[in-house]
Structures are given as C-alpha cells and as structure tokens.
Design a protein around this ligand. Structure first.
Ligand SMILES: NC(=O)c1ccc[n+]([C@@H]2O[C@H](COP(=O)([O-])OP(=O)(O)OC[C@H]3O[C@@H](n4cnc5c(N)ncnc54)[C@H](OP(=O)(O)O)[C@@H]3O)[C@@H](O)[C@H]2O)c1
Length: 269
C-alpha cells in the first residue's frame, strides 16, 4: 500500500511517518512550516498542490493529521480554524475520494462538552469551543461525502519525543529549569500515547475500518495527576506540581472537564 501523510512533521503525523518508514512501507510525507528530511512541502489549503501530490503519487491511503490543534488560537482566529480544520480536510477528502484513495482524518475528544464523560462513538457531539465545532463540521462533511472515510478521535496526545509541541516534553523542560508546573485538577481525560495511536490507526486501516473510531489510552485522570505522574517518572518531587482549577487559568476557549473517550469497538490491540 502507498501512504500519503499530510502533516507528517507534526506529533501524530511524525509518528506515522517514522513507523511507516520503519516498516519499509511506501510513504510520502509532507511538512508545511517545519521542514523534515525526505518530506515534501505542501500547503493543504491549496487544492492545486494537493491534487498534484495525489495524482503524481497515486496513494492508496491519504492520512490527514494536519490541522490547527491549538484550541485557544482557534477561539481567537476562527477563520483560520475554519480554513485548517474544516475547509482543507474536506477538500483533501474529496480529492482522495475522486482519486480512489482511502481517507483517514484525525478528530478530537473536544467534540464533547465534558459534562458526562467518558464518551462513546455513539454519543452525540456537543462542543464547547470553536475548535470542537469545526472538528464536528469536518467529521460530518467527510462522513456524508467521502465513502469509506475513517475518522479517528484521540485525546490529550503525548509522546517521549523532544518536541516543544509535546506536553510531556514541555513539563519535563519546565521542571528541569527549576520551575513548578501548574496543572488543573478538574480537567479529566484519557491521554493517548502517539506511538500507540499510530499503531492502532494502521491496524484499523489494514482491517478496512471506516466511520468514527475512538482511540485513547487505558487511563482516565486529571491534568494534575498526569503532570504528577510525569514529574515522578522523571525523578522530580511531587511538590513541584501545583494543583489549580481550569477557571483560574482564564483561557480563551472553554475546556471539557469531565471528559475522555471510551470505545465500543474492539480495536485489535
Ligand atoms: N495534540 C493533541 O493532544 C490532540 C488531541 C486530540 C486530537 N488531536 C488531533 O490530532 C491531529 C494531529 O495533532 P498533532 O498534535 O499531531 O498536531 P501538530 O503536532 O500541531 O501537527 C500539525 C501538523 O499540521 C501541519 N500543518 C499545519 N498547517 C498546515 C498547512 N496549511 N498545510 C499543510 N500542513 C499543515 C503541520 O505542519 P508544520 O508543523 O510543518 O507547519 C503539522 O505537521 C489533529 O487533527 C488534532 O486536532 C490532537
């Protein structure tokens, strides 16, 4: 199978890119503003660029981990969020369909409001912020217009990669520099290891899964408990993690509190 990963320079896309290369699969990866060796530049908002990429390479699977996943930036810049989280993936979905490729899109647990988590695939989305609203719009478009599309919803993705976009790395760097870390005790979720996500996503594609699939880790815990776990695993004192409430952060975008996902499907791993 030939894979095209649009956004292979990101956290999720980067893991997929490494895994597919490691497995000696036929893979083309793209970056946008963070160049990565052997990847090609692509702006996925530009239909002509994506069309050329698909027609030149004829992928069997088109993956879209590319997005604007910065929840607060989406709230401040809803037009940019609409472009990157709705219009671009919808357009790529149509191009994949028209060229006979399977489409895999990454959505989010933020499609839910966090009043009664954890949520199943059959629960009805009710987002609290622009990011979640736009992901729901993209999901609906792809489900209606791209037959066979697979939509994966992870939550709180983390990895051990030394990348400032990675939550674990940011916390460890702060602690190493002697700073305390503040983390909310009232945001509860199901963190997802990006390696595990990549492997399960590939297994789902190989099985021919389509529709919505939740893919998260086995633990359900607060941001505070997660930060505490990270601090202790890396040999720092638990006293360096300060419990706070989400409200005290005055964030532009509302967060689901009692959130997280469960899956009603057997994931094969
Ligand atoms: N991170 C989380 O905790 C989390 C949780 C739930 C769901 N998700 C979803 O999972 C997916 C992957 O998230 P992530 O954490 O891997 O995000 P990320 O690390 O921020 O990566 C985003 C990717 O999108 C690319 N991109 C941005 N603008 C682009 C453009 N105009 N054209 C082409 N590519 C563009 C970036 O390329 P450059 O970096 O080269 O510019 C990067 O490769 C997203 O759909 C996100 O909504 C993430």
């Amino acid at each position: 199978m030939r894979h095209l990963v649009i956004g292979a320079s990101g956290q999720v896309g980067g893991y997929l890119w490494n895994k597919l290369n490691h497995d000696k699969e036929d893979v083309i990866g793209t970056y946008f503003s963070h160049p990565v060796k052997n990847q090609v530049k692509c702006n996925f908002t530009d239909a002509a660029q994506v069309t050329k990429l698909i027609q030149d390479n004829k992928p069997d699977v088109v993956w879209i981990p590319a997005a604007l996943p910065d929840v607060d930036r989406c709230e401040r810049e809803p037009e940019l969020s609409n472009l990157l989280n709705v219009k671009a993936p919808s357009q790529v979905g149509e191009l994949a369909r028209d060229n006979g490729a399977k489409l895999v899109f990454f959505s989010t647990d933020y499609v839910f409001d966090g009043t009664s988590g954890p949520y199943r695939e059959t629960d009805v989305p009710h987002p609290l912020q622009v990011y979640g609203q736009h992901k729901v719009e993209a999901e609906k478009f792809l489900l209606q217009n791209v037959p066979g599309a697979l939509i994966i919803r992870p939550a709180w993705i983390y990895s051990e990669e030394p990348n400032p976009r990675n939550f674990v790395f940011r916390i460890v760097e702060q602690l190493k520099n002697g700073h305390t870390v503040r983390a909310a005790t009232d945001q509860i979720n199901t963190p997802t290891d990006s390696r595990d996500l990549g492997e399960r996503a590939l297994a789902a594609v190989n099985r021919g899964d389509y529709g919505i699939r939740h893919m998260v880790g086995p633990d359900r815990l607060s941001r505070y408990d997660l930060a505490l776990k990270i601090a202790m695993t890396h040999g720092f004192s638990p006293s360096m993690v300060e419990p706070i409430t989400t409200a005290s952060l005055n964030l532009p975008a509302r967060r689901p509190l009692n959130g997280g996902l469960v899956t009603i499907y057997t994931m094969g791993s």
